[in-house]
Design a protein around this ligand. Structure first.
Ligand code: PEP
Ligand code: MN
Length: 322
């Protein structure tokens, strides 16, 4: 005998409720693996109380709604080189000037940077253009000196696990840009960020700059997935350095687009007046014209950021604990 229509309607509604309850129980709000893996870094992980932190340098906000571009030569080589570059990148829309005065070179025979002389040139460029300055600090002994000149203290890939340096930066009052070690996992990157925060400085920006893999066609492998993962599990701003990831200038504009689309808060890009004559990293440095074209082309991809934000939590839900 067929069930009476009302009984049938009631039982199918009941089944629907059960199915819905099962489904919601089966899809956790956060990927449990990532949750467990990163939430221990409580000062840098995303939490109900702190969703995102914004690093402020004068009127520049990194991690807010702006896409902030930092650009300049790999190394400060001379006053003319830096001032010309500062003017060119400012005109193209960069807000922050990069340039190494202390260079962590893989070879002891390569140019090691101008040291304090380079810092003085960076200061001149800031006065001339109004750009904020980011420069690398390699040793805890240099932190106080470099903090007198820099607006952001860059920790290079080779120093990500230099804990004495990280702790000294934790005691300094300047924002820190922490580059991912070339063989570091995201967990290790966040662990280093936690070290800086525990020492007292929570103004930290993370930087994906490519990791070392078996691939040799590029200098490093840009781990583009690192951006949405870090933006999901951590409260810190995340920027991408396409120059050191690619190692060749022709890839820099397209990797910059990719970084914008996946939700990066900005870029760190190498630019040089005459890349073929650069004392370091010329192959991956853009000329002024190339940088200008790249910046002019980037806006539609930055506009897609809202959309990638909408997708981000879903990545966690559908990603599963794989
Ligand atoms: C740099 O920014 O010039 C640099 C040395 O970068 P990395 O530490 O990523 O190699
Ligand atoms: Mn470089």
């Amino acid at each position: 005998m067929m069930p009476k229509p009302t009984v049938f309607a009631c039982s199918s509604a009941f089944l629907l409720v059960i199915a819905y309850a099962r489904l919601t129980r089966m899809t956790p709000p956060m990927n449990p693996k990532w949750n467990g893996q990163f939430s221990c870094f409580d000062l840098v992980a995303k939490s109900a109380e702190c969703d995102r932190s914004i690093v402020r340098i004068r009127d520049i906000e990194i991690g807010g709604s702006d896409f902030v571009v930092m650009a300049g030569p790999c190394a400060v080589e001379s006053e003319t080189q830096l001032l010309q570059t500062a003017e060119a990148v400012a005109e193209a829309g960069a807000r922050i000037l990069r340039g190494g005065a202390y260079k962590p070179r893989s070879s002891p025979y390569a140019f090691q940077g101008l040291g304090v002389e380079g810092l003085k040139i960076l200061r001149k460029a800031r006065e001339a253009t109004g750009l904020a300055i980011i420069t690398e600090v390699m040793s805890e002994e240099d932190v106080d000196l470099i903090a007198e000149y820099a607006d952001i203290m860059q920790v290079g890939t080779r120093s990500m696990e230099n804990y004495a340096l990280l702790e000294a930066l934790g005691r300094c009052e300047k924002p820190v840009l922490l580059k991912r070690g070339m063989t570091a996992t995201l967990e290790e990157l966040l662990r280093s960020a936690q070290v800086v925060a525990m020492a007292g400085n929570s103004q930290i920006i993370l930087c994906e700059r490519g990791i070392r893999t078996f691939e040799t066609a590029t200098r490093n492998t840009l781990d583009i997935a690192a951006v949405p993962v870090l933006k999901t599990v951590s409260r810190l701003p995340v920027i991408v350095d396409p120059s050191h990831a690619a190692g060749v200038r022709s890839l820099v504009p397209v990797l910059s687009r990719a970084a914008a689309v996946v939700g990066a808060d900005g870029l760190l890009v190498e630019v040089h007046p005459t890349p073929e004559k650069a004392m370091s990293d010329g192959n991956q440095s853009l000329s002024f014209d190339e940088f200008r074209y790249m910046m002019a082309d980037l806006q539609p991809y930055i506009d897609l950021q809202q959309d990638s934000q909408r997708l981000r939590p879903q990545l966690l839900v559908t990603g599963g604990a794989d």
